[in-house]
Design a protein around this ligand. Structure first.
Ligand code: G3P
Length: 247
């Protein structure tokens, strides 16, 4: 089956009201490939501003969501609050949250379950450190992350997987086309073996890590690369070239 190309922009903890309005205006006015699903993830403070100003057809993601219903959880945002605000996606399991904020595979899996069951899509991130890659453990690490989430969720239709090798994030050191394709194919075959052939065929697997307007076209040609999760370049006009890289 043809998987719809998907490009996410993860602004991380960047931007101001003014700069984010500028990014939204640029996207609203750009010629975007209609066959691409575009989702941008500003910091929580700007979610409503972006949702209000972004043209329809483009979606907005939160960079995190909590795995409990509304209540006494200072600093957190619930799935139902995202839905109430028209925020249809979330990014979970990003390596910055795993390493800096200590989110375990299990916490990420629990949040993924809550979000998907509550009707919010999840861009679920996985990836290995440089040390793990050099030790030949890349696939093992990713399979462990996959197993943890797979044990918790039943419905994969709201999940998009983002493979983000930690050594490629924000470093300017993009994975080679072969390195990315190899891991994407391994993820797809893990899904086929451990979930189902249908889920393996239908789940989009994005690449993330120093994607820019120049390297995106080559990566987009690979058969198991179904889009990108973009950090730094999503804040720049070249994000439009990345969205259009599959044309
Ligand atoms: O989630 C996107 C990401 O971690 C990649 O960041 O800046 O290397 O594109 P960047």
């Amino acid at each position: 089956m043809a998987r719809k190309f998907f490009v996410g922009g993860n602004f991380k903890m960047n931007g101001t009201i003014e700069s984010i309005k500028g990014i939204v205006k640029n996207l609203n006015e750009a010629q975007l490939d209609p066959n691409v699903e575009v989702v941008i993830a500003p910091p929580a403070l700007y979610l409503l501003l972006v949702r209000d100003q972004l043209r329809s057809g483009l979606e907005v993601a939160a960079q995190n969501v909590f795995d409990k219903p509304n209540g006494a959880f200072t600093g957190e945002i619930s799935v139902s609050q995202l839905k109430d605000s028209g925020i249809t996606w979330s990014i979970l399991g990003h390596s910055e949250r795993r390493t800096i904020l200590g989110e375990s595979d299990e916490v990420v899996a629990s949040k993924t379950k809550y979000a998907t069951e509550g009707g919010v899509g999840v861009i679920w991130c996985c990836g290995e450190s440089l040390e793990e890659r050099e030790a030949g453990k890349t696939i093992e690490v990713i399979e462990k992350q996959l197993a943890a989430v797979s044990a918790k969720i039943g419905d994969w239709s709201k999940v998009v997987i983002a493979y983000e090798p930690i050594w490629a994030i924000g470093t300017g050191k993009v994975a080679s086309v072969e390195q990315a394709q190899e891991v994407h194919a391994a993820i797809r075959s893990w899904l086929k073996k451990n979930v189902s052939e249908k889920v393996a065929d239908e789940t989009r697997i994005l690449y993330g890590g120093s994607v820019n307007g120049k390297n995106c076209k080559e990566l987009a040609k690979e058969k198991d690369i179904d889009g990108f999760l973009v950090g730094g370049a999503s804040l720049k006009p070249e994000f439009v070239d990345i969205i259009n890289s599959n044309q």
